[in-house]
Design a protein around this ligand. Sequence first.
Ligand SMILES: O=P(O)(O)OC[C@H]1O[C@H](OP(=O)(O)OP(=O)(O)O)[C@H](O)[C@@H]1O
Ligand SMILES: O=c1cc[nH]c(=O)[nH]1
Ligand SMILES: [Mg+2]
Length: 208
Amino acid sequence: MATTILNHPLIDHKLTIMRNKETGTKEFRQNLDEIAMLMAYEVTKSLPLQNIEIVTPICPMTGKQLIRPVVLVPILRAGLGLVDGFKTIIPTAKVGHIGMSRNEETLQPEEYYAKFPSCLKEADVLVLDPMLATGGSACAAITNIKKRGAKNIKFACLVAAPEGIEVMEQKHPDVDLIVAALDEKLNEKGYIVPGLGDAGDRLFGTDQ
Ligand SMILES: O=P(O)(O)OC[C@H]1O[C@H](OP(=O)(O)OP(=O)(O)O)[C@H](O)[C@@H]1O
Ligand SMILES: O=c1cc[nH]c(=O)[nH]1
Ligand SMILES: [Mg+2]
């Protein structure tokens, strides 16, 4: 598995706006959407291609096309904030959903919903969640997706804690991990420091 930390200037600029506690719902959403498009470009960099014979208006040539369909899997709720940006860059992508809620006391993820397109097994699956904290939610979501036959999986997140990356590397060594920004640590409540707070609450305007 490869772990990539993007550290991209445009993403860092937009992420700083998202991190600021004065930033409201509208701007938080807008910046997440813009970052998602930039991340989609980076996450898809290593997708495999195959040759295809075509004819241009000038002559025949060997072109390239993606080998497999792409399936986006946002981890609900906060992962939904990345879907539109990824769909803008990959308009043919199918979308599966997995609902995970982290128990505030035990920090264990609880799955409450799962629905996937039938091409999951042969697809390039891009699992999306802005936050990788303890790594529990992402690991559980990926375990579920693997049980359904998915083999080519990448996990894209905006902000990660070192603890979450370590857990992912141990439990899912075959999954590529693409992280926009690596933060310092988790606090005693399992929140990423400095982080951006509760991504789901800030995205949907629910209580924080
Ligand atoms: O790495 P972990 O320790 O599991 O924490 C990360 C998870 O926590 C957040 O979801 P949350 O449970 O708050 O649900 P929400 O998206 O509905 O707010 C976040 O979007 C991740 O899914
Ligand atoms: O910092 C954190 C940790 C988990 N979930 C979030 O939304 N933010
Ligand atoms: Mg939340």
